[in-house]
Ligand binder design. Structure first.
Ligand code: H2B
Length: 106
């Protein structure tokens, strides 16, 4: 059973994830893609990573804006799995998120 992280560990891991923010017992990032279709393609790429890691985000799609929220439901809070999936998403999709999202990065 994966363990919940303490505050210091959460802060340390969050510092390594630009664009992600803490929201209660979760972390969240909003991506702005070039089109609605790109937003849906992006969510499909996230779904493949989530299935491979057996760890799944909450997904909110609004036109070309996608907000991913991550928490470990079975642990009732943030664990390493959340930060691992967040890092994998950013690593595997950075290339094709391109200017659309980079331009709007915080
Ligand atoms: C049975 C299956 O392994 C579990 O339900 C997995 C699936 N994906 C999950 N995703 C997230 N975010 N938290 C979980 O606790 C979780 N548990």
């Amino acid at each position: 059973m994966v363990q919940r992280l303490d505050e210091a560990a959460i802060r340390q891991r969050l510092a390594a994830l630009p664009g992600w923010e803490r929201t209660g017992d979760a972390i969240r990032r909003t991506y702005r893609l070039a089109t609605f279709r790109d937003a849906v393609f992006f969510v499909n790429a996230v779904a493949a990573l989530a299935e491979g890691m057996n760890h799944h985000p909450d997904v909110d799609i609004r036109y070309r804006q996608v907000t991913l929220t991550l928490t470990t439901h079975s642990a009732g809070g943030l664990t390493d799995r959340d930060f691992e999936l967040a890092a994998a998403i950013d690593r595997h999709t950075a290339r094709w998120r391109g200017a659309g999202e980079a331009a709007s990065a915080p």
